[in-house]
Design a protein around this ligand. Structure first.
Ligand SMILES: Cc1cc2nc3c(=O)[nH]c(=O)nc-3n(C[C@H](O)[C@H](O)[C@H](O)COP(=O)(O)OP(=O)(O)OC[C@H]3O[C@@H](n4cnc5c(N)ncnc54)[C@H](O)[C@@H]3O)c2cc1C
Length: 435
């Protein structure tokens, strides 16, 4: 997504690009299927909004939360909307748009290694060409590595380890009536959350969380669905859900968390999941990717050309600095909300808090939508939620005081490490030997 999109954006502006991927076929993935309004806005700002047309992508107006028999909906701030889509189809549209430019060379190959000169500056990449299996080299003043969450290049360009928070089990529900059409749904009744949203006019993606860092075996997966999901699927979705279970075809993906800790080296920059990941519960991945592309491109396009390597280096530094500010809310919210949804006291508190509606619900959804990047808003809403939840428990009876304190303590445990990781200015390591 990241590589093809930045190529599609920069190529018409006269930048010569080699787009390397080891697979240019349409992929069937369970990732990147809900674009939050922030992602849609970035695409429009880059004049790429038309790439969402003509492949049955669906407008999404807001979110629905369901807990027991209670349901609430919260609309995205007007005039914004999200989009549900088949990731593979969307990626093909982006690639087509990139490859129609004469300045883009398509290279069908597996990128192997960054190439370095004697000063350890990166001068390109080696790759194994698909078809011939020949190992070739390509040289460039700037190499953008965006090879996704299993990145080969993280070791050279980043100072961080990824961790698995949980797994998502994905299944497509055909001809399914969701309780609220054109909405993303979050189901809170079971012990772990599950979500769904439309990805075409007759398909709904269901993603079920499987906690822990161990890949669920088939028997365990079935037990999880039977016990923690099936009883909580709404009546209107049961038929298509049962059919999907019978048809099989589950896909399972790990959900990672990794704050961005880039190592700045001359000649290379990281983009997308290779650099930074958050839990996909909030669908924030592509909002971060597209926003990063806008930021990096704005810095690169401010140069007269790509001949001054020192200037490129300054631009990369500026990109890493600016993107951290822009993405902190997305990163914190995704993992904080996952923590909240996996905690009974906080889960109930968030439902009741949003049920109140009004300004706080609106501010919360604008953060989720990727439209509000103000860190103060996020911390304020999280603090309000915790205090509201604690107060609500005590209001029901003084005997709830221990639970109320536990809720506050749990909220602090969730937010503190995330805020530390994402909000403190990281000393970005500059130069090869300082790793
Ligand atoms: C279960 C799940 C659900 C998600 N749902 C959403 C969602 O609804 N909304 C959202 O916004 N985000 C979502 N995300 C996150 C989002 O999908 C990612 O943030 C986004 O795809 C990252 O884009 P990328 O370009 O960095 O990586 P990718 O999209 O993974 O692209 C990496 C590319 O690199 C290529 N590649 C890899 N290695 C090499 C190599 N050595 N040589 C050549 N090519 C190579 C691959 O073929 C691929 O095309 C989800 C993530 C998960 C795990």
């Amino acid at each position: 997504m990241a590589g093809a999109t930045i190529a599609a954006y920069l190529a018409p502006k006269g930048v010569r690009i080699a787009l390397i991927d080891h697979c240019f076929k349409e992929k069937k993935r369970i990732v990147g299927e809900l674009l939050q309004p922030g992602a849609v806005l970035s695409l429009k700002q880059m004049e790429m909004g038309h790439l969402l047309n003509d492949f049955d992508a669906q407008l999404v107006d807001g979110y629905a939360l369901l807990q027991g028999n209670e349901k609430i909906t919260i609309a995205y701030p007007t005039p914004h909307n999200g989009v549900g889509l088949h990731n593979g189809r969307f990626l093909q549209k982006i690639r087509e748009s990139a490859l129609q430019n004469e300045s883009v060379t398509q290279i069908h190959g597996k990128a192997l290694q960054l190439l370095e000169n004697a000063q350890h500056e990166i001068i390109g990449v080696s790759y194994r060409e698909v078809g011939t299996s020949e190992i070739k080299e390509i040289h460039a003043p700037l190499t953008i590595t965006s090879d996704g969450f299993f990145s080969n290049f993280r070791e050279s360009l980043s100072n961080n380890e990824k961790s698995v928070t949980s797994y998502f089990i994905g299944v497509i529900l055909k001809d399914c009536d969701m309780p609220f059409p054109k909405h993303g749904h979050v189901f809170l009744s079971g012990p772990t959350p599950f979500i769904c949203y439309p990805i075409s006019s007759n398909e709904v993606r269901l993603l079920v969380d499987f906690p822990g860092d161990q890949l669920p075996r088939k028997a365990l997966l079935q037990k999880h669905l039977d016990t923690n999901v099936t009883p909580y699927i709404p009546e209107c979705m049961q038929k298509c859900y049962q059919k999907a279970l019978l048809d099989g075809g589950f896909k399972v993906m790990p959900n990672h968390y990794m704050a961005a800790k880039p190592i700045i080296r001359k000649g290379a920059v990281m983009l997308g999941d290779a650099l930074n990941m958050r839990h996909p519960l909030t669908g924030g991945g592509l909002t971060a990717v597209f926003s990063d592309i806008e930021i990096l491109s704005a810095h690169l396009l401010a140069m007269p050309d790509f001949s001054n390597l020192d200037l490129i280096h300054d631009k990369i530094e500026a990109y890493y600095r600016d993107r951290q500010q822009a993405n902190a809310n997305l990163n914190i919210l995704a993992n904080a909300l996952y923590g909240v949804m996996s905690n009974d006291l906080l889960k109930t508190a968030v439902f009741k808090y949003l049920q109140l509606g009004g300004k706080n619900a609106q501010e919360s959804i604008s953060i989720l939508a990727g439209l509000n990047r103000n860190h103060y808003s996020l911390i304020k809403q999280f603090f309000f939620l915790a205090v509201f939840g604690a107060f609500d428990l005590v209001r029901q009876g003084v005997g709830n005081l221990p639970n109320s304190l536990k809720l506050l303590f749990d909220a602090l445990l969730i937010i503190k490490p995330l805020a530390k990781n994402e909000l403190t200015v990281k000393a970005v390591v500059s130069g090869y030997f300082k790793k």
